[in-house]
Design a protein around this ligand. Sequence first.
Ligand SMILES: [Fe+2]
Length: 319
Amino acid sequence: MSKEAVLQFYQFVLNSPALKDNFSAITGLPELIKLGAKYNYIFNQEDIAEASAIYAQKSSETEDKNGQIGLFKKTDADFSEKHSQFYHYEFKFSDVSGFEEIDQEIEKLKIKPSTVDMELYEKSFRDEDFNFASISPDSPEFKQQYDEIMKPCFDSKISLPEHEYTQRQFHLINLDLHVDHLLYEDYLMTKVRLVKLLEKLFGFEIKFSGSLWYPPNAYRLWHTNENQPGWRMYLIDFDEFESNSESQAFFRYMNPQTKELVTIEDKPKLIRFFKVEQEEDKLFWHCIVNATKFNRWSFGFLVSDDWMDNFLLRNSNKK
Ligand SMILES: [Fe+2]
């Protein structure tokens, strides 16, 4: 077990088209470790951390504390100037012709891994965190509460809880951190197929950035994703839905220019695009809450900066 095994595995991936497809479909460190082991490259999280520090100098590979892995080009400054007035775009699956096959694959990804301790998940719910979404990142009371919630992430002396859904800012299930259940192999193959279908349909390069299950009362608290700048595409769906219910599931963000809070209600079968920035005055603060009694899934992707040329213009007349 060593960082060399990680570097050799990266090299192996770069030289193997089939494995590159797998690499575009995985996001979590457990997924990377499992994929490496399948090809006899044995390494652990510490090895990856060491190897990533070396690899980052050679490529645009990044990794954060929650185990995100990314191989994607940085934001284009000209593009960002040109489109800075728009912060999000939404489409229904049905707006996009040829999306039926993708919809079928999404159905297969809406899993509930047996390795999730739902009792522990429910016990980790905190009212004050659930309500934190109503406090603007621009308000005076925000910082103190945010710092308190994020303490274990920012202070290396405090260890993060073992399960992601017991971290205060992350009361949801990151499907990609659960690789030891019976559905995982099929789940990974579905993700690989989905990336290929999306790339074919949209005509731009795509990489999975996260696969998240939001059970009832799940939330992802305010964050900026500034360590992975660029455009995101999320495919969102539910198991059931009541459109007239008072309890909503929503995506909320703060307009970086006006500081206004924008709340967009989630609905089944939705495609959402937004852009993550790294500069302090452009940070894209956002949060997600599922206050419904239904299960919500969202599948996130890093998409190239020219997605709009290939997708928005082609589909805008169908909106
Ligand atoms: Fe995010």
